[in-house]
Design a protein around this ligand. Structure first.
Ligand code: LAG
Ligand code: CA
Length: 494
């Protein structure tokens, strides 16, 4: 008895739309032979502040070929006219017209991504409207005031919590404040009202009519779970719902309240992974279904960082290059949750919008020829994480290991790794010294191409494009440079 326990594998729940994506698109190595144990694509990519025309191109050029199943877009609604990226989070109307593109461009994106096997999840900002105290005109020409959006919402449609001097949320231990007061002065919709629910529902239906597969529910914590549930209940069966509920210690509103009608972003995952990598000490995660501060695996959306945390709490971001690859490799090799990879642009000012033209339209950008990570990115440059060879390789690893259980990890020389039973092994060295690590495995003996550094050469018989590692006598051996990740799987023998 080896004493290696098995962590119960998580069956990932996927909507029909996502499951329909084709395995043929897997990249990083030659197309694997049909394999019953291989997994369905489930990985998403957040393409932050990327215009619709560019997302369409990414679906065809990088996302489909690399095996991504879905894209999380930035909000498509009409918004206030400002240069900062967060203008997107202040809706003026539900017209699908924004600095990221027109309604026609949005529809074209959805169709082209669909054809590439990639579903679209739209960021739905439905907790609030603008935070502007003075009247203004939105991106598509709609006039508005703080509590008046002609034709959509009037004064009666907003909460005025009356619990704090300026109606802003001040105390996150108060459920009533969190859900009925204003988040940074953003006019808070009365989501308990049937009228408001109907108006939000019509907006979501409109996006569904354009072909989206589902929604990220922005600021879900700031709406009662019952309110979100009531809105979601009117949507067609199978609509994917990803609620953003930032877990907060000692807060009464919890992510668990939002799991009855969809998935939730599990912030604890990155909060465990980031500091572990930054300190160079990685351990096995807590075991089984009882992971503290984690929603059940089949409800969790996991991420290394997102557009908020890369501007705040995240310990590891694209700025960290190789360490970021390690973080993503561990996440993509894991059996907990559905991962969403993040791709944004470099900045030194947290408010800085994506590069735009003189009228404020965000400029198109392509990652078709990108590699990475780069040593550094000048402000405004796209990180193009979706095109990094290591990320594509890890998506191929994930597809190859499918639902194989994650076994106990091994630590040696500051390196860490684990097996997905019989299907693949991942190893990382987050430290500054070279390390050697041996990980027991039931994979067949042989030489395997490391998918992080290139995988198998697509030209038959040409071996590996990058490194190779061997499995021998039931052990996978990895010699790892400082800040390196490596992964081998049964679909990529040399
Ligand atoms: C979110 N999730 O719950 C988004 O992920 C997050 O990016 C949004 O904040 C927030 N909720 C509201 O949708 C972002 C920026 C804020 C910005 C806000 C509204 O992180 O900085 O606030 O969007 O645009 C900005 C100013 C505030 C000001 C407010 C209203 O920073 O100082 O009070 O606008 O004018
Ligand atoms: Ca609210």
């Amino acid at each position: 008895m080896s004493g290696r326990r098995r962590i119960p594998g998580a069956m990932r729940m996927l909507s029909a739309a996502l499951a329909a994506a084709s395995l043929v698109a897997m990249a990083g190595c030659a197309a694997p032979a049909p394999d019953e144990q291989a997994g369905e694509p489930d990985v998403g990519i957040q393409l932050f502040q990327l215009p619709w025309v560019s997302i369409a191109e990414e679906c065809e050029e990088t996302l489909g070929p690399n095996g991504f199943a879905w894209v999380l877009t930035s909000p498509p609604n009409e918004h206030i006219v400002r240069d900062e990226w967060w203008a997107s989070y202040q809706p003026v109307s539900y017209a699908v017209e924004s600095r990221l593109g027109t309604r026609d461009e949005f529809a074209d994106m959805v169709a082209r991504c669909d054809a590439a096997g990639v579903a679209i999840i739209a960021d739905a900002v439905i907790n609030h409207m603008t935070g502007q105290d003075s009247p203004g005109v939105g991106w598509a020409g709609s006039a508005y005031e703080h509590y008046d959006y002609p034709g959509i919402y009037g004064d009666d449609d907003f909460h005025r919590c009356g619990l704090t001097p300026n109606d802003d949320i001040a105390d996150y231990t108060s459920r009533e404040q969190v859900q009925t007061c204003e988040l940074v002065n953003l006019a808070d919709l009365d989501t308990a009202s049937d009228r408001v629910r109907g108006t939000i529902g019509a907006y979501l239906d409109d996006l569904l009519s354009l072909g989206v597969a589902g929604f990220r529910i922005d600021a879900a914590k700031h709406m009662a779970a019952d309110d979100v549930a009531a809105i979601v209940a009117e949507l067609p069966e199978g609509t994917r719902i990803l609620s953003e509920v930032i877990r907060g210690g000692g807060e009464p509103v919890t992510p668990e309240e939002y799991t009855g009608f969809g998935d939730v972003f599990e912030f604890t995952y990155a909060r465990d992974l980031g500091p572990a990598l930054a300190s160079g000490i990685v351990n096995d995660p807590p075991q089984g279904d009882e992971r503290p501060q984690h929603v059940p695996a089949d409800r969790a959306i996991v991420f290394v960082d997102n557009h908020d945390t890369e501007r705040g709490e995240a310990d590891v971001t694209a700025r960290d290059g190789a360490l970021y690859v390690i973080a993503n490799a561990l996440m993509l090799a894991d059996d907990y949750g559905t991962p969403v990879v993040y791709s944004g642009y470099a900045f030194s000012d947290r408010d800085a919008g994506a590069p735009a033209d003189a009228d404020g339209r965000v400029l198109a950008a392509s990652c078709a020829d990108a590699t990475g990570p780069a040593a550094s990115y000048p402000d405004g440059e796209r990180t193009c994480v979706q095109a990094w060879p290591a990320i594509g390789g890890m998506l191929a690893f994930r597809a190859a290991v499918g639902d194989a259980p994650r076994l106990d990890g091994v630590r040696a020389d500051g390196a860490y790794g684990f097996e997905r039973e019989g299907r693949g092994v991942v190893a990382v060295n987050p430290g500054g010294l070279a390390a050697t690590i041996e990980i027991p495995t039931t994979m067949p003996a042989g030489e395997y191409c490391d998918v992080v550094t290139g995988g198998r050469d697509p030209v038959e018989g040409d071996g590996c494009r990058g490194l190779a590692f061997t499995v021998d006598d039931g052990v996978a051996r990895f010699a790892l440079e400082p800040l390196a990740a490596a992964a081998i799987h049964v679909g990529a023998q040399s």
